[in-house]
Design a protein around this ligand. Structure first.
Ligand code: PEP
Ligand code: MN
Length: 352
């Protein structure tokens, strides 16, 4: 954490630059404009993982020279994505300051192991994006592989998750996974990459604000001097000027210990804790009744799952939720989890 605090200073910590380095001019001009807005770390992909072959796959090693020019001219630190040992050697030899691991790479333990081994003895900062699938263990595993070779300047980037369904954003935000990784590794800085969640520049502000409200440490945002003409991810990039305007609108909540009364917060938390304990007790009691229902069903040759009963429970409680101004989707999820657990318990009773 200290390494990142020292280079970025005040939060939110911003990393910005184009999805891809395309030409020397585009790379340098984007960097100049970002540097004049106070951005301290410049990102640009030079090896690009593309979903389908035939798209622009990055300029390769020549981009390392342009990034060195960026560093020399603007003083910004430079970051690029690596996906194999060859990229790692080139990036380190080419003077890259920070490397990041892309979402498709984090998802592959063989690739992570190779990258980790190639980084042995070189304590370069590494930012690890979440894997494309919503699996916290896989994300943690990738970090542990890097730590096991002695790397200690590790950060996390939450960039959302692939979805088969057509959704508003390019990737499912899956905020609860971001919160879970922060719970498991509070020692590591957590960046949000709203660009790859959004897929469209219109959504960047709301996603960045959400990340701030969830206490993320920083943002990695794609910026390009001519976004509509970008060779990759054109729809989600924004100009350095638009980025500056967007960052200026973000509400970054910093608690003032002099005026915030922890006493009243603690009192409210005390109430919540009492209610949460009551919920646990109720769930225990509910489960005891489920066991009895299971015994009745066993004695009368009934199946554990009764679709019409489940339908009436769901309809009734979602209706009650609506009347009480509770989110219907949320209540449906809670009851679905409770009902699943009951059916599982009853299935065990039927087979006991
Ligand atoms: C990128 O940062 O340009 C990129 C390819 O990201 P991701 O690995 O999140 O798809
Ligand atoms: Mn991109």
């Amino acid at each position: 954490m200290k390494y990142f605090a020292d280079i970025f200073g005040d939060k939110p910590w911003i990393i910005s630059g184009p999805c891809s380095a395309e030409t020397k001019e585009q790379t340098l001009e984007t960097a100049r404009q970002l540097a004049s807005n106070g951005i301290k770390v410049f990102r640009a992909g030079i090896w690009k993982p593309r979903t389908r072959p035939g798209n622009f796959e990055g300029v390769g090693e020549i981009g390392l020279e342009w990034l060195q020019d960026v560093k020399r001219e603007t003083g910004m630190l430079t970051a690029t994505e690596v996906a194999n040992a060859k990229h790692v050697w080139s990036a380190i030899k080419g003077g890259i300051d920070i490397i990041w691991i892309g979402a498709r790479t984090t998802a592959n333990p063989f690739m992570m192991q190779d990258i980790a081994e190639s980084l042995k003895g070189c304590n370069i900062p590494v930012l690890v994006k979440n894997p494309v699938n919503p699996d916290v263990e896989l994300w943690l595993g990738a970090i542990e592989r890097l730590e096991s070779v002695g790397l200690s300047k590790i950060g996390l980037i939450h960039r959302g998750f692939s979805s088969y369904e057509k959704i508003l954003y390019r990737n499912e935000p899956g905020w609860k996974i971001g919160m879970e990784i922060k719970r498991r590794r509070p020692d590591l800085p957590l960046f949000c990459d709203p660009s790859h969640i959004a897929g469209k520049r219109d959504y960047l502000f709301e996603l960045s604000q959400k990340a701030m409200d969830l206490n993320f440490d920083g943002l990695m945002i794609e910026s390009h001097i001519n976004p509509d003409k970008a060779w990759s991810d054109a729809k989600q990039q924004l100009t350095p000027a638009a980025l500056k305007e967007m960052l200026g609108k973000l509400v970054v909540r910093k608690v003032n210990p002099a005026t915030a009364s922890m006493e009243s917060l603690n009192e409210l938390r005390f109430h919540i804790d009492q209610m949460d304990s009551d919920i646990i007790d109720m769930l225990r009691k509910r489960m005891d009744v489920c066991v009895k229902i299971g015994e009745y069903k066993k004695a009368n040759n009934m199946t554990a799952f009764q679709p019409s009963r489940w339908d009436s429970i769901l309809t009734k409680y979602v209706g009650m939720a609506k009347e009480r101004d509770l989110d219907e989707n949320f209540v449906a999820q809670v009851f679905s989890a409770i009902h699943d657990a009951s059916v599982n318990v009853q299935t065990k009773v039927l087979n006991s």
